[in-house]
Design a protein around this ligand. Structure first.
Ligand SMILES: [Zn+2]
Length: 163
């Protein structure tokens, strides 16, 4: 589900997905409990949907697998404590293969600031050379703990307010 305060952001990102213009590395920011995780999930489902309109269709094979939490091109990494380099390498290996449903491949990294430095460096490789149709969705409520190199390669949403 999308919380009301994320509706317009989701619509904007959805338009860019349909136009094939979504940045391959998205960083979703905001305080804990804002619903970033849910937003990332919805975006992932949308990216994977084979016939998305304003919403994902919910009917296609991809949507059915996603709803059943068994989509073969969808991965998530989450850790309460620390995300290690092995977690990232494992995900990188999966992402480097062909998409099984011939659509997008999506990796969500929840609480991305819990990545160790070597995990972050491993992720940089994927951020620098994402495969065709590969999307990385990172969430964080402590972006100041992310490596500058990660920050600079991700598009931040909501965008930082200026002035
Ligand atoms: Zn669908």
């Amino acid at each position: 589900m999308i919380y009301p305060w994320f509706e317009s952001l989701f619509q904007q990102l959805g338009e860019r997905i349909r136009a094939g213009q979504l940045h391959h590395g998205l960083l979703l920011l905001g305080p804990q409990g804002l619903g970033k995780q849910e937003l990332a999930q919805e975006l992932a489902g949308y990216l994977l949907c084979q016939q998305a309109q304003a919403q994902r269709c919910g009917q296609c094979q991809s949507c059915k697998l996603f709803n059943a939490a068994s989509h073969p091109d969808f991965y998530q990494i989450q850790s309460d404590k620390q995300i290690g380099v092995d977690d990232i390498r494992q995900a990188g290996t999966k992402l480097s293969g062909m998409a099984q449903l011939s659509g997008a491949k999506v990796l969500i990294i929840h609480q991305a600031h819990t990545m160790t430095e070597s995990a972050s460096n491993a992720l940089l490789k994927t951020l620098e050379e994402p495969g065709q149709g590969t999307y990385l969705l990172l969430t964080s409520n402590k972006p100041e703990r992310l490596l500058a190199t990660i920050l600079s390669r991700c598009e931040k949403n909501p965008p930082a307010k200026t002035g």
